[in-house]
Design a protein around this ligand. Structure first.
Ligand code: 0A1
Ligand code: ZN
Length: 884
């Protein structure tokens, strides 16, 4: 393992680098037994360094050093020393070249960090600190160099050789080998370096930027996947155009490459002009890919492309600033996806992820601010907090400044910092200075962890014709942060009257100049307790609060049922309409839990059934929104709202309410299913996706009627559908029902798709997430299935990850078998792939939320992992912090 004694790194210890690298020349000799890396670094002392006689310290991990020379002179053994991950040369001049030859072993690199092999091809992953597994280097993002890269390999095995920037030389060599040389004119940190060598085919296109640059676009894949690249290519071109239109940002080279690889720890990587993608985030065709898969490809392609500006041209000074590029880029890709499809649906989906995964992280032992103060292993900080909460923070700035003000700020940020490695502070300052505003208090969103709570109450004074909203904010303690100062929270509100939204006059404030009709307003919540008085309010209103989810907070308002039903039916804000449906659903589930406790049958309230019926009958509504509103709060979200979490009781109650709704609305569900079941050529557009989503929501409910008729419907859909969305939805329905056909369905599905690894991942996942008893046994059996491969992160996520993270009833089985299984897998993966092992651990770390018996069993497994010899720093950090 890399670190014998894991150490904590602090933001407060940041120092500018002692040395800079102006130019980096690399040469790779790729061979079957090993790879030889020649590096020539043109170094000089940083004039801004504090210590002008500091030794040179280079990062290196798992390298075998063949030779090291300074200004052409081989260094003697006593002139350098290696300590942990550092190679130190005590005495160096102010300007020099360092020539290192290292040997590395990509073939046996199972960590998928640095240079490794995936399905016969060589590829790299250097973010965050993988470059040090390639050669000795100043592996930190504030050291930026111009790269020249030679790649030499056997031509028949590796006909395609790629790196960043432009290809400046191609030549054949003796013994069937060849060489390409690449030059990237943009100085970059090592984490953006990439290399690919393999037998790859490509799909090509062109894009003309608005200033007239012709860009060659290539997507490199295995030959068999050439038919699955069209959607990614279209998404790429849409993203390029969108960034020009919305941010005024153009692409800056003549070539942009995407390469798909099977074995990849994350979704994709934004290496300069050579993005490397997990196949799951680039390949798509209707027969093999669900609607969600198509949307993911569109979002991830855009995300990586947008990094060219938010991440590459302007990069991070240090890894504590990770959200500078990730939060901003997620915000950018979310707005892009909203513009390409349905904005409200996209918002609801994003809020759902935030309120489940991110709120849970913020309430657990790994809680950290958007800009963390310390870490042991940076790979553990590619989190929902850095990404999704970071994006919410950027969104709040957008809300506070308005679209035009935000654009002024981003223009200034890109112009001022182009070519630099900067901080979150630099971003906020550009936003402030471009708009003449003060975001001093707002900055606390970057430094304070935890999810703020807003307790809101409303009071109508008929005589005075005023409506007063009183807002109290608080924030729970998080590790290392007992007390919090008040946040600056933009709270978007409207007041609903009988005939629509009321005009808002806020006592002591001018009318909001941006609000077209003055019926919506962003309140600046900045104090612990604050009252907002609206005047000239002619009737008692229903407040519509946190519209569009204007801030990442938990909001409580004591609504009456009829008020929630009004919001659900009438609010013009799609998010609030949906959220009202979720609050009503929650009330049903809570009353079912009480009924169960007193041994009674759960009965779904008539008014809620009626509200759901209206949704099903109203053909003027967006079917995607109807589908979302009909789905009850997920078990994961319920686990955030109910304390302590009794997994089995929550599951039973939720199922009881679903069943109640299914029986009460059977005919409406059938009619809705029929209406949405149109024969049409598949397209991944918002309209069709919406229809399929509602149809499959209806199917899932109908299955709960548990009779031959509904089973036949699912079977028919499974057998006849030509697209993966409908086929998979039917398979999920069948697998989770007491359907005798399920074995046959699973077998047929496997037979049809055994040559498509991404579809087989779905097949694993459907089985791993089956709610019925006996699933863990099946998951264990599947681990010895020939299609399973523990070395492939997608397979691990589809089977082990899905069982432990998305199948609460089975993972939390009362005998503790789910916990023991996860601990076994973490211990196994700790050796092979520490990043994956540590990510997999997440469900065990949340032990505080559960019933006492579950807590004890979960902690025992965490202790068992901690007692393992040779724990990676990745796993060590998560386990030790969870047990604190
Ligand atoms: N920067 C990438 C995410 C990424 C991070 C780490 C990786 O390997 C450990 C790989 C990718 C993104 O935001 O897309
Ligand atoms: Zn990113």
């Amino acid at each position: 393992m890399r670190d014998a004694q894991p150490t904590t790194i602090y933001l407060s210890d940041y120092r500018v680098p002692d040395f800079l690298i102006d130019k980096t020349e690399l040469s790779f000799e790729l061979e079957e037994a090993h790879t030889t890396v020649n590096s020539r670094l043109y170094l000089r002392r940083n004039p801004e360094a504090l210590d002008q006689s500091a030794p040179l310290e280079l990062h290196g991990a798992d390298l075998s050093l063949e030779s090291i020379a300074l200004d052409g002179r081989e260094l003697a053994a006593d002139e350098w020393v290696e300590e942990g991950e550092l190679l130190r040369i005590a005495s160096v001049p102010d300007n020099f070249t360092l020539h290192c030859v290292t040997r590395i072993y990509p073939q046996s690199n199972t960590s998928l960090e640095g240079l490794y092999k995936s399905s016969g091809m060589f590829c790299t992953q250097c973010e965050a600190e993988g470059f040090r597994k390639i050669t000795y280097y100043l592996d930190r993002p504030d050291v930026m160099a111009e790269f020249y890269v030679d790649i030499i390999a056997d031509k028949s095995l590796y006909p395609v050789l790629l790196s960043n920037g432009n290809c400046v030389l191609e030549e054949d060599l003796e013994f069937g080998r060849h060489r390409t040389r690449w030059h990237d004119p943009f100085p970059k940190p090592a984490y953006l370096f990439a290399l690919v060598a393999g037998r790859l085919s490509r799909v090509s296109d062109r894009f003309r930027t608005r200033s007239g640059r012709e860009v060659d676009l290539h997507i490199y894949v295995e030959d068999k996947d050439l038919d699955k690249c069209e959607h990614a290519m279209t998404s790429l071109k849409n993203a390029m155009r969108w960034d020009e239109d919305v941010y005024g940002r153009e692409y800056d080279l003549d070539i942009f490459n995407i390469v798909a690889v099977d074995d990849f720890n994350m979704g994709a990587m934004e290496n300069k002009s050579l993005n490397i993608f997990n196949t799951s985030c680039v390949l798509a065709k209707p027969e093999t890919t669900t609607d969600a898969g198509f949307q993911r490809v569109e979002g991830v392609v855009a995300h990586e492309y947008f990094h060219n500006w938010s991440g590459n041209r302007v990069t991070c000074r240090d890894w504590f600033q990770l959200s500078l590029k990730e939060g901003f880029t997620v915000f950018r890709d979310a707005e892009f996806s909203a513009d390409m499809g349905s904005p409200t649906v996209k918002r609801v989906e994003d809020v759902t992820l935030l309120r489940t995964a991110q709120f849970a992280e913020d309430a657990g032992p790994m809680a950290h601010p958007v800009r963390p103060d310390s870490f042991i292993e940076i790979s553990n900080f590619y989190t929902v907090t850095i990404y999704e909460k970071g994006a919410e923070v950027v969104r709040m700035i957008h809300t506070l400044l308005g679209a035009e003000g935000f654009r002024r700020g981003s223009d200034l940020y890109f112009e001022r910092h182009d070519g630099q490695a900067v901080t979150c502070e630099d971003f906020v300052r550009a936003m402030e200075e471009a708009n003449g505003v003060d975001l001093q208090q707002f900055r606390r969103w970057y430094s304070q962890a935890g999810t703020p709570r807003l307790a809101v109450s409303g009071e109508y004074d008929e005589a005075a014709q005023t409506y007063t909203l009183t807002v109290k904010q608080s924030c729970p303690a998080t590790p290392g942060q007992a007390e919090k100062l008040p946040f600056h929270i933009p709270l978007k509100v409207a007041l609903l009257g009988e005939a629509g939204q009321l005009r808002l006059n806020l006592q002591g404030h001018k009318a909001d100049p941006d609000a077209a009709d003055n019926t919506e307003r962003v309140l600046a919540v900045t104090e612990d307790t604050q009252a907002f008085v609206f005047t000239d309010i002619p009737e008692r209103p229903v407040p519509s609060l946190l519209r569009g989810f204007s801030a990442p907070v938990r909001l409580h308002f004591d609504y009456r049922r009829d008020e929630l039903l009004t919001l659900m039916a009438k609010d013009s804000d799609g998010f609030c309409r949906w959220d009202a449906s979720q609050q009503l659903g929650l009330a049903e589930i809570l009353s079912a839990i009480s009924a169960q406790e007193s041994g009674q049958a759960a009965v779904v309230a008539e008014d809620f059934v009626a509200a759901c019926r209206s949704l099903l009958l109203d053909e003027s509504l967006d079917p995607a929104m109807v589908a979302l509103m009909l789905q009850l709060p997920s078990e994961a979200y319920l686990a955030e709202l109910i304390s302590p979490v009794d997994v089995q009781a929550i599951y039973r109650a939720r199922e009881a309410v679903r069943k109640g709704l299914a029986h009460a609305l059977r005919s409406e569900l059938e009619a809705c299913y029929g209406r949405c079941d149109v024969e049409e050529e598949y397209a991944a557009n918002a309209e069709q996706i919406a229809r399929r989503s509602l149809k499959n929501t209806a199917l899932a409910y109908l299955m709960l009627c548990e009779d031959g008729e509904v089973y036949a419907l699912a079977r028919r859909q499974f057998e006849r559908s030509g697209n993966m969305t409908d086929r998979l939805a039917a398979l999920v329905a069948i697998v989770n029902a007491a359907e005798p056909y399920k074995g046959e369905a699973l077998q047929r599905f496997y037979q049809d798709w055994q040559h498509e690894p991404l579809v087989i991942n779905q097949w694993f996942q459907v089985q791993a997430t089956c709610r019925l008893p006996g699933t863990l046994g099946r998951v264990k059996e599947l681990m010895s299935h020939p299609a399973f491969d523990i070395g492939n992160p997608n397979k691990v996520r589809a089977l082990i990850g899905a069982f432990c993270g998305q199948n609460a009833v089975n993972f939390h089985a009362e005998d503790g078998s789910g916990y023991a299984y996860l601990a076994d897998q973490v211990i196994e993966l700790n050796r092979r792939n520490p990043q994956i092992a540590s990510r997999l651990l997440t469900p065990l770390t949340k032990w505080q939320k559960y019933l006492p018996a579950a807590q004890t069993a979960m902690k025992a497994e965490l202790r068992r992992i901690l007692a393992e010899p040779e724990l990676s720093s990745d796993v060590y950090e998560v386990v030790s912090k969870s047990l604190q």
